[in-house]
Design a protein around this ligand. Structure first.
Ligand SMILES: C=C(O[C@@H]1C=C(C(=O)O)C=C[C@H]1O)C(=O)O
Length: 402
């Protein structure tokens, strides 16, 4: 179906507005993403009307988008959008030349925008009360960090990643498409994502962290940890890391190597750690690559997905003890935060990211989530500031004044 618009040059925003308004009005599930350094915006639409849950046997799945919460479900299943329609837009080419790949309806200029705006500003009183309970004050978070440091000193844990949720009200003129566009411009190295499942939720994010990626015979994962604010003209060059941050990231790398050992995979390439930029933050990152053909491991994606999640970058180490600590002391429903999301078998590639730097849009508000890696030498005040900076990465792109 063609988009019929009453102007000569059509902007990407107008097209997305029309498309989103139609999908939202019809109650369809859809996901929109742009991979790091890519010029393509990819849109996957599931028009089946069913919220599907699947076992993540990646190699067997039809093209789709996977969404898994932080906490494993009993049956270990994930939500899955199946591609009824798939659209790929070149962000560097004029939108007019690509219209045939878009399905949209003809709405008057501002009608589509206000349909989206009103949908997301809508409130339901009962749910709001529930969300409020999970909001975390500075004192509460600092207490949680202190408990974590104590558990490390007592020898129960090596590392713990407490998280918080911060709620901000969406302004009346909240413009979802402008927010997505703003994220696309601000974070070229991130996995920009937006997904809407009427029965599950609506999330928007810019993740810096690949959980697993497969393309052809290549398997890839990364260990990402250690955080500092990017400063100066050349932040990558000027970054200095403390022993605390170096060890924190090394624990995540060790965790990945331990997973490889568990499945007796000996041939892998490890590159790094090096300093990388994610928004206005710097992290330490090591890259891990495996040739699935020479190692005879065609299902490595599925196997590692199960072994890695939740990684020590978002949970802690040892994994079970850290998970139990969070269940007991972190008064937060992480929901899809620190779970995993991403396209599966789309154009022969699977790119699954940790759902970080993200917000849930709900009842006229954005629920921002962030965690911070705590080790024995953590300064609780600094960890709090780190979570504030992480929340800002998405927060500052939601209430834009235009
Ligand atoms: C937990 C988050 O990020 C993770 C934790 C980091 C850290 O502790 O330094 C850095 C990158 C991510 O692996 C988050 O963004 O909320």
């Amino acid at each position: 179906m063609q988009v019929a618009l009453d102007q000569d040059t059509i902007s990407l925003e107008r097209c997305l507005e029309q498309l989103f308004a139609e999908l939202i009005e019809n109650g369809h599930q859809f996901a929109v993403w742009r991979k790091p350094k890519s010029q393509f915006l990819q849109i996957l639409i599931d028009k089946t009307g069913k919220t599907k849950r699947i076992s993540p046997h990646l190699e067997e799945l039809r093209a789709g988008f996977i969404i898994h919460p932080f906490v494993d479900q009993k049956d270990k299943k994930a939500y899955y959008l199946e591609a009824s329609e798939y659209i790929k837009l070149d962000l560097n080419a004029p939108i007019e030349t690509q219209l045939s790949s878009l399905t949209a309806i003809d709405k008057k200029n501002n009608e589509a925008k206000s349909i989206i705006n009103q949908f997301f500003l809508k409130r339901t009183a009962t749910r709001e009360a529930v969300n409020k309970n999970f909001e975390c004050s500075k004192i509460e978070f600092i207490n949680l960090v202190n408990k974590g440091v104590q558990a490390i000193r007592d020898g129960y844990l090596n590392k713990i990643v407490p998280a918080k949720m911060k709620k901000i009200a969406l302004q009346k003129n909240f413009d979802l498409i402008q927010s997505i566009k703003s994220l696309l411009n601000a974070y070229p190295n991130a996995f920009i994502n937006f997904f809407h499942l009427p029965e599950v939720g609506t999330w928007i994010g810019a993740s810096p962290e690949v959980l697993i990626q497969t393309k052809g015979d290549e398997f890839y994962t990364m260990s990402l940890a250690g955080t500092q604010k990017a400063q100066g003209d050349n932040p990558l060059k000027n970054a200095a890391w403390t022993q605390k941050e170096i060890e924190e990231q090394a624990l995540v790398s060790r965790y990945i190597v331990d997973c490889f050992k568990k499945i007796r995979l000996r041939e892998y390439q490890e590159i790094g750690p090096k300093t990388v930029l994610a928004g206005n933050l710097l992290h330490l990152r090591s890259d891990f690559k495996v040739d699935m053909a020479t190692t005879n491991f065609p299902q490595l994606g599925t196997v590692m997905l199960e072994l890695l999640h939740p990684t020590s970058a978002v949970c802690g180490m040892p994994r079970q003890a850290a998970f139990d600590f969070l269940s007991q002391h972190e008064n937060l429903d992480r929901s899809l935060f620190a779970g995993f999301i991403g396209p599966v078998n789309v154009e022969g590639e699977t790119s699954i990211y940790v759902n970080l730097r993200t917000a849930q849009i709900k009842n006229g508000a954005a629920l921002l989530y962030a965690g911070a890696g705590v080790t024995e030498d953590s300064d609780p005040e600094k960890e709090w500031e780190e979570t504030e900076m992480k929340c800002e990465i998405i927060g500052k792109h939601l209430n834009l004044n235009n």
